[in-house]
Design a protein around this ligand. Structure first.
Ligand SMILES: C[S@@+](CC[C@H](N)C(=O)[O-])C[C@H]1O[C@@H](n2cnc3c(N)ncnc32)[C@H](O)[C@@H]1O
Length: 349
């Protein structure tokens, strides 16, 4: 998965072809409508309100659409911006982000960084639909055996193979079911992502005050390892079609797997951070005022209809409304966050 997505020159996110947006393979929330980023901006503004020299760090900024909307929002509201950092793995995406941002009046505050190397910073870290593109491992459970699914080269191209999983995969797989008081399911495929928790720990290591806001397709542990989800969540997007053939069109299609949020919460708590909120994208957007985005539109106009359709895509169950979750973890905050005021499902984690 790492090679498919990030191999120099050939990986999906590294080659220059369009990814997200109408001409690409899939739509992310900021590409669906600016109202998504405006809701995020309200949450970020609330977080930054009395922070001095606050840093915003956006990880995996895609086409830079959310960054541009946030800068617009700060400018409109007369909010001074100390620093907007972008951490982006793909040189091709960085170039597109620069194109979006370099003429913005707030551009002098924008900086691209190569690593999460901030020490003792206050601010907000944003990751929208990024963790689902962290390469994952796939395991297959048969009887008491946990096998790692691997890719080999057969006569007709890539094929699946398997080998006994090492302890770094076997233990998390077994302990997930143990934590749920469930017996190991038989003939069950799932994913174990070994990269997400260390990533979060490294982000939180430097955060003194503020929050990491994670938006992604995902589930609690109980939903993720549900007995009926017996083929995992690994999936691919190609020209706006969802396909379940990860070994095809290597480097030409997106590969993604859902996020298991209970382990993210545990990783945060392990390094002494707090979990401030966990909710669905719909509830987050409603709490941060998505309905206000209809104010001023003539209800008979085509722009009103367009906006209503965007709201539906972002909030309806069956669209992005409940499958995308929002989580806030961090340190040093003393009041509830705007985005979780209507619904906070931390206890379900
Ligand atoms: C699905 S896109 C989402 C883009 C954007 N956030 C949006 O919502 O439109 C994932 C982005 O994350 C980047 N990415 C993936 N893993 C990353 C990592 N470990 N660090 C920084 N960027 C990463 C990819 O290159 C890509 O730009």
């Amino acid at each position: 998965m790492h090679l498919c997505l990030y191999a120099p020159e050939l990986g999906y996110y590294v080659s220059g072809a369009p990814k997200m947006g109408e001409s690409g393979d899939f739509m992310t929330a900021p590409e669906i409508s600016p109202i998504f980023s405006r809701c995020v901006a309200r949450q970020v503004t609330e977080l930054l309100v009395d922070m001095k020299d606050a840093v915003i760090l956006e990880v995996g900024a895609g086409r830079g659409t959310m960054a541009r909307e946030l800068l617009d929002h700060f400018m409109r509201c007369g909010i001074e911006l100390h620093s907007y950092k972008i951490l982006e793995l793909s040189p091709a995406m960085r170039e597109i982000q620069w194109q979006q941002l370099h003429q913005h009046p707030y551009y002098p505050s924008v900086e691209w960084v190569d690593a999460i190397c901030e020490d003792n910073f206050s601010g907000v870290v944003l990751a929208n639909e990024v963790l689902d593109s962290f390469p994952t491992n796939r395991v297959h459970i048969v009887g008491d055996n946990v096998m790692e699914l691997c890719v080999s080269l057969g006569d007709g191209g890539f094929t699946w193979g398997s080998r006994p999983a090492d302890s770094s995969l076997r233990e998390p797989a077994i302990s997930a079911f143990h934590a749920l008081d469930m017996a190991l399911p038989n003939n069950y495929t799932t994913e174990i992502n070994r990269l997400v928790a260390p990533w979060l720990e490294s982000v939180l290591a430097g955060l003194v005050r503020g929050a990491v806001l994670i938006f992604d397709y995902g589930y609690t542990r109980r939903e993720y390892f549900h007995p009926q989800r017996c083929d995992g969540t690994l999936t691919c997007f190609y020209q706006h079609h969802r396909v379940d053939t990860p070994l095809d069109r290597v480097g030409l299609q997106d590969l993604t797997s859902h996020v298991e949020f209970s382990s993210i919460a545990e990783a945060a708590r392990r390094v002494g951070a707090d979990v401030y909120g966990f909710t669905t994208q719909a509830n987050f957007l409603i709490s941060t005022g998505i309905e206000e985005s209809l104010t001023g539109f003539d209800p008979g106009s085509s722009s009103f209809v367009k906006r209503v359709n965007e709201i539906k895509t972002l909030t309806l169950p069956g669209e992005m409304g409940d499958i995308v979750k929002v989580m806030a973890v961090g340190r040093g905050l003393d009041k509830p966050l705007l985005g979780f005021q209507n619904s906070n499902m931390c206890e379900s984690l």
